[in-house]
Design a protein around this ligand. Structure first.
Ligand code: SAM
Length: 205
């Protein structure tokens, strides 16, 4: 595993100084960003269904990066680039409206009020996502934690550039078809925590 990581990570690493579109072997029709991909199950599965698109995954947890590289190797994927560090270090360097969508799936919940500053969907990150996701693009959020569900929803619903697309409870109770269960989601279900998915659309203009 360490050998694969040492060999592949330098080839797959996202280069902040370069424009995202130039980093893929062929020009992608769309580019998606997954923040905190964990073991990379979802990123690899979604990338496999969209060979025409490019995917950037950010995850500082090195075992997760190694797991994603194993998925990439097994599935022979060539459309994923990896940022093995804090996503906030790359957002500012990305061009406006370069993303078709972004995923933040089961972020660390940080339920205590005194840890609120550690929550990933802080206003500055959401502002960057609003700048990066193109009009009518998507922002997909998921959580199994009651406090995190609340802060994710509050943050995105109060942002003027994102519109929550849900019409009925089934819309947030059902995993979007394109996504696969992640390791974290399976653990939550085993422990009787209920996952929800919140789909937002980037407002035009
Ligand atoms: C609870 S885990 C969920 C992982 C995965 N999305 C899943 O559903 O299995 C949250 C992940 O977010 C990552 N993370 C936390 N802060 C981050 C940041 N600033 N940039 C990128 N990833 C981050 C953590 O390392 C962790 O792997």
């Amino acid at each position: 595993m360490q050998g694969l990581l040492d060999e592949q990570l330098p080839l797959l690493r996202y280069a902040p100084a370069e424009t995202p579109v130039a980093q893929f072997d062929r020009q992608p029709d769309d580019i998606f960003l997954e923040i905190g991909f964990g073991g990379g199950e979802n990123l690899a599965a979604v990338a496999a269904t969209r060979p025409d698109a490019g995917f950037i995954g950010a995850e500082p947890f090195i075992n997760g990066v190694a797991s994603l590289i194993r998925h990439i190797d097994e599935r022979e994927l060539s459309n994923i680039r990896i940022w093995d560090d804090d996503v906030r270090l790359i957002l500012g360097g990305m061009p406006d409206a370069c993303l078709a969508g972004a995923y933040v799936l089961f972020p660390d919940p940080w339920p205590k009020r005194r840890h609120a500053a550690r929550r990933i969907l802080a206003p500055a990150v959401l502002d960057e996502l609003a700048r990066l996701v193109r009009p009518e693009g998507s922002l997909v959020l998921a959580s199994d934690h009651p406090v995190a569900k609340s802060w994710l929803l509050q943050a995105a619903c109060s942002h003027p550039d994102f519109r929550w697309t849900a019409r009925r409870p089934v819309d947030w109770r059902t995993r979007p078809q394109a996504l696969v269960p992640t390791r974290y989601m399976r653990k939550a279900e085993r422990e009787s925590r209920i996952p929800n998915w919140f789909l937002f659309e980037r407002q035009p203009g």
